[in-house]
Design a protein. Structure first.
Length: 119
């Protein structure tokens, strides 16, 4: 089994910054793409940013220029640096990792971390 543990969420004022972390542990063969998603109540979970094991990343238009994804392959950890936060960024953030065992890939999710942007 693989566990993803997120941290770094919390309360921040508009314009502030937070850095989320997500560490994968357990029976890991090879971690491929890791990503961050968010889901507001009553809405579908949306992709914020993803990054491959080779460091190729992409992000949603709504966060470009404000959020930056990175990863440490040695630690199987992905980060999301969030700057210039807005109230509309308030929601639960989830990380996801695709883990490969031979030719079979499996997606694992973290438990979510709450980000609240409010004055």
């Amino acid at each position: 089994q693989v566990q993803l543990v997120e941290s770094g969420g919390g309360l921040v004022q508009p314009g502030g910054s937070l850095r989320l972390s997500c560490a994968a542990s357990g029976s890991i063969s090879r971690v491929d793409v890791m990503g961050w998603y968010r889901q507001a109540p009553g809405k579908q979970r949306e992709l914020i940013a993803s990054i491959s094991s080779g460091g190729i990343s992409n992000g949603a238009e709504s966060v470009k220029g404000r959020f930056t994804i990175s990863r440490d392959n040695a630690k199987n950890t992905v980060y999301l640096q969030m700057n210039s936060l807005k109230p509309e960024d308030t929601t639960v953030y989830y990380c996801k990792a695709r883990v490969w065992y031979g030719s079979s890939g499996y997606d694992y999710w973290g438990q979510g971390t709450q980000v609240t942007v409010s004055s």
